[in-house]
Design a protein around this ligand. Structure first.
Ligand SMILES: [Cu+2]
Length: 137
């Protein structure tokens, strides 16, 4: 036979278990997908192309572009400040504004046929792999 105090202890333990389970039910906050529509500052000309910047890579949403005017919508999905520099036919080391972590900025360039070097100009990021090529044809 179970004593009254023993029973009280069991009920108390059960209540504690239920409370802990309820606390776990809330879970971690849901994380947003990396991209949403760009509400960015800066002018928009030509075709918008989202570009994500992070440690340490640059990802164009469209890898192949035709000649023309483009606004790269730079989204920093990394943890430190990044930017973008482009050099190639008709574009002489044109550099975007710096984009803080979580920030977005627009960067308009006029591209011709050819290959462009693209990199992050900040603090040795290029040496750590933050560079790519963009082929326009
Ligand atoms: Cu960078």
């Amino acid at each position: 036979m179970i004593s009254l105090s023993r029973r009280a202890a069991l009920v108390s333990a059960l209540a504690a278990t239920l409370t802990a389970a309820a606390a776990c039910g809330s879970g971690p906050p849901s994380s947003q997908p990396a991209y949403s529509a760009p509400p960015a500052a800066g002018q928009v000309k030509g075709i918008q192309v989202p570009v994500s910047l992070a440690e340490f890579n640059i990802v164009f949403s469209k890898p192949n572009l035709a000649p023309g005017t483009y606004t790269f919508v730079l989204k920093n999905v990394g943890r430190t400040t990044h930017a973008l520099t482009i050099n190639g036919p008709g574009v002489d080391n044109q550099t975007s504004q710096q984009v803080p972590s979580g920030g977005t900025t627009n960067f308009t360039v006029k591209l011709q046929s050819g290959t462009y070097d693209v990199w992050c100009p900040i603090d040795g990021h290029r040496d750590q792999g933050m560079e790519t090529n963009l082929t326009v044809k």
